[in-house]
Design a binder for this molecule. Sequence first.
Ligand code: ADP
Ligand code: GN1
Ligand code: MG
Length: 370
Amino acid sequence: MTALREQTVMDAARHFLTQGSPRSVRRYGSGHINDTYLVECARPYILQRLNTEIFHEPLALMKNIESVTLFLREKITAQGGDPDRETLTLIPTQDGSFHYIDGENNFFRMFLFITDAVTYDAARNPEDFYHSAVAFGNFQRLLHDFPSETLTEVIPHFHDTPSRFRDFERAVQEDVMGRAASCAEEIRFLADRRADCGVSVRLQQAGELPLRVTHNDTKLNNIMLDQRTGEAICVIDLDTVMPGLSVNDFGDSIRFGANTAREDEPDASLAGLSLPLYESYVRGFLTGCGGILTPAEVRQLSWGAKLMTYECGMRFLGDYLNGDVYFHTAYPEHNLVRARTQIALVRDMERKWTQMNDIVARYAGQPSTR
Ligand code: ADP
Ligand code: GN1
Ligand code: MG
């Protein structure tokens, strides 16, 4: 999608019912999918242009967010919390809907800006990461009785790893940019692990892993931490909330937050699994879930971590081969660099597999699942 002019963003902001008129807009955050802006009015707001090349049913997606945030709002209020800070709040437009489509078909929506809170691209310490884990676990627990049949699956097969493998294989075969030869080693690494793809999907099909309402994009920068207390207060980026597996929500957090290097660290040898961070997250996630996870789900947590990392590696490398058409990139090799950190992380998880499972077993009070 082409970049927006400031005037276009300002015009869009004026269609929403803000407190006071919009004074300024600026690009904000480091998400890979949508275009996010901070809008200053009498109070701040977040305005986003939804990426409709990726989200083909924007109205259904907005309906998902509307119903999930309403559901969370009621639970948070009942628990004596502050729903304006502990869940996203959609801002209506002048004509009473929650989106605005401009003359160029740009799809906008606005949220209250959550004040005195921050997102991190890397955990500053195990404590931060622990707090984020409690919040993501809590999110799962709060939504355990949400009527999942009312949600639209906004991106079908989102964490269907065998289907991601087939997409990746197609990208390698088509090789539209002529890039495959330059990353033969990475392609081989991913292809060699094909047999792993179906591990979670098979357990789900056999009824051993339940479908729940999950977030599906549980990166550390999709959670807001209170600037004062350091506690995680709000789960954001609800575009991919749909039926899914708890182990994938756990796993994607580990992929992003327990890596010793940034997702796009150019020196992939710095990437690896931090066992102290892994341990913090296991402890926090199990606490946040508050006992709703079944023993089979707990046993599969380490697999969730490995498969989400492996899957994301395939997605980044596939996008590199396809010509960088999906994720935002800042330079031509960006997706390749990202794929390499994911591969390094999978390799390190394979080395640390026993310790990973021992940590889970320790906090779950079960025998190790080596
Ligand atoms: P993307 O889907 O592109 O990742 P996000 O919804 O995650 O977009 O938003 C990008 C960033 O903007 C977040 O990481 C966070 O820093 C910031 N952000 C998003 N929503 C809010 C909000 N309601 N209040 C404050 N900051 C927000
Ligand atoms: C995207 O939107 P963002 O940046 O939070 C992607 C995730 C990937 C992630 C990799 C809708 O997340 O699935 O895991 O990048 N979101 C979508 O960093 O594809
Ligand atoms: Mg995000």
